[in-house]
Design a protein around this ligand. Structure first.
Ligand code: ADP
Length: 259
């Protein structure tokens, strides 16, 4: 019991720290938003490419502000309201922004096949999760190479279901790269907070821990297929709207064996 209460005190202290940082961060982002809007409100004074760059900066600030609000929400155990989201349209909507964050040398190929992929979730958390996977894919392929984003459906039958994969229908977004791939040791730990193999100052080890938390929140899961020297496919699986795959999931995510 003593250990539990020490754990609770620690969680509360972390919550307060996070809330404080998120709050200050939000203030700084408001300053950035105001400055950017002041410039963007007079588009005639800007060359086209300058305006586009500033718009991307604004988009980055918008995402950061959403993240700061999520952090505040996390610290206060605030529940997000899910809504009906079509994930393909959502991903297409932020394609330009993601491509810009990837930098030159990386082509982002977003699958444009037809089909509707509906889930109930908070759209910002889907964007955040997708963005995290794309950034990892970029870092794994060392500034060159294609990154492919594809959509699909997955069915988990009763006999393969587990505590983290409820039986039912899922819609998926997968991000594939032809980068370094992961060792077995990395695959085992990649969702751990602060686990990173990136150079100091480059990685925080919080990206996938966050993705894992987001997916759990919406009753989904993350699938990992990776082979050293060949590449990685990370798949986000969301319960398909109207299917029976919904439900709270509280067990650590299972990491599937490499293909
Ligand atoms: P960070 O990106 O800050 O390191 P993450 O939690 O996002 O934190 O990732 C943890 C680790 O998982 C990375 O440092 C890397 O070793 C591994 N990883 C994640 N995605 C990929 C990928 N697409 N290819 C290879 N390794 C990856």
């Amino acid at each position: 019991a003593e250990q539990v209460s020490r754990q609770a005190q620690k969680s509360e202290a972390i919550g307060q720290l996070v809330a404080g940082i998120a709050h200050d961060f939000n203030n700084m982002l408001q300053t950035a938003t105001m400055s950017l809007s002041a410039v963007l409100d007079r588009p005639e004074r800007l060359a086209n490419d300058q305006r586009r760059m500033l718009e991307y900066a604004m988009e980055g600030v918008r995402h950061a502000a959403i993240l700061a609000k999520r952090l505040l929400g996390f610290a206060r155990v605030h529940a997000y309201q899910p809504e009906l989201v079509e994930v393909r349209a959502l991903a297409a909507g932020i394609e330009g922004f993601i491509q810009q964050s990837m930098g030159p040398g990386i082509s982002l190929l977003v699958d444009d096949s037809a089909g509707e992929y509906f889930t109930f979730a908070d759209p910002h958390s889907i964007e955040q999760a997708l963005m995290n996977l794309c950034i990892n894919a970029r870092d794994a392929c060392d500034q060159s190479g294609p990154i492919a984003v594809a959509f699909g459906r997955m069915s988990i039958s009763d006999d393969v279901a587990s505590t983290i994969r409820a039986p039912g229908e899922y819609v998926t977004i997968s991000v594939s790269d032809e980068g370094s791939g992961m060792s077995a040791a990395t695959r085992e730990r990649l969702f751990e907070p602060y686990f990173t193999t990136k150079a100091e100052g480059k990685g925080t080890g919080l990206g996938l821990a966050q993705v894992y938390g987001l997916m759990r929140q919406w009753g989904g899961f993350v699938d990992v297929q990776s082979q050293p020297g060949v590449g990685t496919t990370m798949t986000l699986a969301f319960p398909r709207a109207g299917s029976n795959a919904a439900g709270e999931m509280n067990e650590p995510v299972e990491i599937s064996a490499p293909a």
